[in-house]
Design a protein around this ligand. Structure first.
Ligand SMILES: Cc1cc2nc3c(=O)[nH]c(=O)nc-3n(C[C@H](O)[C@H](O)[C@H](O)COP(=O)(O)OP(=O)(O)OC[C@H]3O[C@@H](n4cnc5c(N)ncnc54)[C@H](O)[C@@H]3O)c2cc1C
Length: 449
């Protein structure tokens, strides 16, 4: 076995002692795999509580994975698909659904093929998972910041009592990307790994909302309102799905799908046109015919309302024309099929759903170990993959977390994939061993400093 990074561990005589940095889905799943293989595991997390982004994803319904054919699923990862393919085959979407079921949360396939937990939330799943990790003996030290590596190669951490270094038999880094930094993943690791000579593709916002200067009245009347089943177009591209009006513009799957093109266009030209089709399943001719049946005395707005258009849809049509609705049926139908919106930019990392860029796959072996730092594995969104929304991001966090955890277990000579002991599986949920007051759980650990 390659000598552990940072020199011999104080735990040589015992089960290997591993650290996982980052308590998001990737880190929790890596810890799960390592603990099941028999390692002693501590997770360091710099926020006061774990998995804040996962919980935030739960506020949007938690689209945990997707039910489409596996090969098509894998193709969603674009340039990273070839590297992720074996990991996805080892941990396909159905395995993630089974894992959720093991934690007491059944999942279902929505009409779009996306998979959601029955509760539409992340919190029940997270609670059950943290209890399982606790039963597996995994400790979580919150308020501990990964600071990089000391010259000796030891891990540098900053806890509530200041900075310290530790040696571990193996280490999994799962620090997330850089989007929504207030939830914890701030991308500060990129410079710290860069200092070790690890190549990191620059981090950039992905799956971003479109910025639109709504009129004050439209914003105050419709902020937060959904518009169902739209088709968005920009240049030669289109994407279909639901969108939501926000204070600053539009969010939702089809907006995210077009966001990198919108970013490029707005950077080049200052603004770009995004057109929205509010009735993608009705042809222009059919819509024109329907609108021609409007009784003379009825206003267009009233007629549209009676024909099933919501207030926000009618407001959007007005907004896109910067005035009243067209008077003739043909022009109104054309507007419904192709309402132009002026996009001034796309949201930056502070509000993007995910992060493009990250640790280059060229820096990693097949087990996700850094070639330059033996014993250090990388998982989750800090890897250089990007994918659309639709459950692909969480699936990748889980699959790479498992691969890194298994890789670290094998590196330590442990046999991964040990089934859970019945006592761990069946025992009633115990509270997680979580160090929320900042005192190091290592104090109760025989390997404490
Ligand atoms: C609003 C929103 C909604 C989303 N909805 C979905 C969805 O429905 N479906 C989907 O598939 N994906 C969704 N995503 C994306 C998904 O949440 C992420 O891809 C996923 O959480 C990435 O997991 P991760 O474990 O790699 O990173 P993260 O979840 O970001 O976890 C990384 C952890 O590392 C910690 N950390 C970072 N730096 C340090 C440090 N220096 N020291 C110690 N700890 C550190 C962070 O605090 C964090 O807890 C959503 C994202 C957002 C922002």
């Amino acid at each position: 076995m390659t000598p552990p990074r940072g020199g011999p561990s104080i735990s040589d005589a015992e089960a290997p002692f591993c650290a996982v940095i980052g308590a998001g889905p990737a880190g929790l799943f890596a810890a799960d795999a390592l603990a099941r293989a028999g390692a002693r595991v501590i997770i360091y997390e710099h926020k006061p509580s774990p998995a804040r982004k996962f919980l935030m994803a739960g506020r949007g319904g938690l689209n945990i994975t997707h039910s489409e054919n596996l090969e098509r699923f894998i193709s969603r990862y674009g340039a990273a698909a070839a590297r992720l393919a074996p990991l996805m085959r080892a941990w396909p979407p159905q395995a993630l659904r089974d894992f959720c079921a093991e934690l007491g949360e059944t999942t279902f396939v929505g009409s779009s093929g996306r998979v959601f937990p029955a509760s539409f939330k992340a919190s029940p799943l997270l609670r059950a998972w943290l209890a399982r990790l606790s039963r597996l003996g995994v400790a979580i030290a919150t308020r501990h910041d990964f600071m990089g590596f000391a010259e000796s190669g030891a891990l540098r951490l900053r806890g509530p009592e200041g900075e310290f270094t530790r040696n571990f038999d193996a280490l999994v880094l799962a620090l997330g990307g850089a989007s929504w930094p207030r939830l914890g993943s701030d991308g500060a690791w990129a410079a710290r790994l860069g200092a070790e000579g690890v190549r990191v593709t620059p981090l950039a916002a992905a799956n971003s909302g479109a910025l639109i200067d709504w009129s004050a009245i439209f914003r105050s009347d419709f902020e937060g309102q959904p518009i169902k089943t739209t088709l968005l177009r920009h240049g030669g591209l289109s994407a279909r799905g639901d969108v939501v009006v926000t204070r600053g513009g539009l969010e939702g799957g089809p907006v995210y799908a077009l966001s990198s093109q919108l970013r490029a266009a707005t950077l080049k030209h200052g603004e770009a046109t995004l057109s929205i089709d509010l009735r993608p399943d009705t042809t222009l001719e059919c819509l024109t015919r329907k609108l021609s049946r409007r009784p003379q005395k009825q206003s267009h707005a009233n007629f549209l309302r009676k024909a099933g258009f919501s207030k926000v849809e009618i407001g959007l049509l007005r907004e896109s024309r910067a005035g009243g609705l067209p008077r003739d049926a043909e022009s109104l139908a054309a507007l419904i099929k192709n309402a132009p919106l002026t996009v001034t930019g796309v949201a930056g990392l502070e509000r993007a759903i995910s992060t493009a860029g990250g640790v280059s796959f060229e820096e990693l072996d097949d087990a996700l170990m850094l070639k330059k730092l033996p014993g250090v594995f990388v998982a989750g969104e800090m890897l250089d993959y990007d994918a659309p929304t639709g459950g692909y991001l969480l699936q990748a966090a889980f699959a790479t977390g498992l691969a890194a955890g298994r890789g670290a277990a094998r590196y330590l000579g442990l046999s991964p994939d040990q089934p859970l002991a019945p006592s761990v599986q069946d025992q009633a949920a115990a509270p997680p061993r979580q160090d929320s007051d900042g005192r190091s759980p290592e104090e109760s650990n025989k390997y404490g400093a």
